[in-house]
Design a protein around this ligand. Structure first.
Ligand code: SAH
Length: 216
């Protein structure tokens, strides 16, 4: 497994992932602990894999690129929407001060929490909720990452981002495809948006469709 992990890191380097702290975080995170038993032999393939309840663990390349774009220094409080297997949260825990992660499917969250505690990760907090609403009690955040695709710019979440903060999210964009969008909030609260690269994520399923995403 360790050899496969090292091979994956070389592949990611070859694909242009440059940030050594991100590569190190992926190297120390045992992805095999986050995939279903039957798929363990594929844990270090550079592909997304199915997890329970029709959800997926993202492709390592996408995890690495999105994490890189968060520009973490180790001091940030990060909000993640879509805990899923817990893999992305584990990667983030090595690169930030504290990770807050929200999942709407209880069985996935229970498993993810168990995995992170087995890895002795202590700077992780999670809750079962609709992530579209963010985590107002813990806001504002230095960084926000969505690992499920929003139908539109996630405005409620942007409100929970600190001035100077960055949010990375897959968003349905024009032309019927999904792209990773990078949002920066400047010190005056102005938002700038960059569209980075195309992806395919499971949707953000919001149980409160009127309170988020709707155009205001
Ligand atoms: N970050 C995960 C990938 C998860 S797949 C990993 O590393 O494995 C996307 C996850 O988003 C799924 O588990 C799905 O249940 C969750 N999700 C979708 N809509 C959500 C919402 N509104 N709130 C919280 N989680 C949501």
């Amino acid at each position: 497994m360790l050899e496969q992990r090292a091979m994956l890191i070389m592949t990611l380097r070859g694909q242009g992932v440059r940030d050594t702290s991100v590569l190190n975080a992926l190297e120390v995170t045992p992805r095999d602990a986050f995939v279903p038993q039957a798929l363990r032999q594929h844990a270090y393939d550079n592909v997304s894999l199915p997890i329970a309840h029709g959800q997926t663990i993202s492709q390592p390349y996408v995890v690495a690129r999105m994490t890189e774009e968060l520009e973490l220094t180790g001091r940030e409080r990060v909000l993640e929407i879509g805990t899923g297997s817990g893999y992305q949260a584990a990667v983030l825990s090595y690169l930030s001060r504290r990770v807050y992660s929200i999942e709407r499917l209880r069985p996935l969250l229970v498993e993810a929490d168990r995995r992170l505690s087995q890895l002795k990760i202590t700077n992780y907090t999670s809750k079962l909720a609709d992530g579209a609403l963010g985590w107002p009690e813990a806001a504002p955040f230095d960084r926000i990452i969505l690992t499920c695709a929003a139908a539109d710019h996630p405005r409620t979440l942007l409100e929970q981002l600190k001035p100077g903060g960055i949010m990375i999210a897959p968003v349905d964009v024009e032309g019927g495809h999904q792209a990773i969008c990078k949002y920066r909030k400047d010190t005056d609260g102005q938002i700038t948006t960059d569209q980075l690269f195309d992806v395919k994520f499971v949707p953000l399923v919001t149980d409160n469709p009127t309170t988020d995403i709707a155009d205001t």
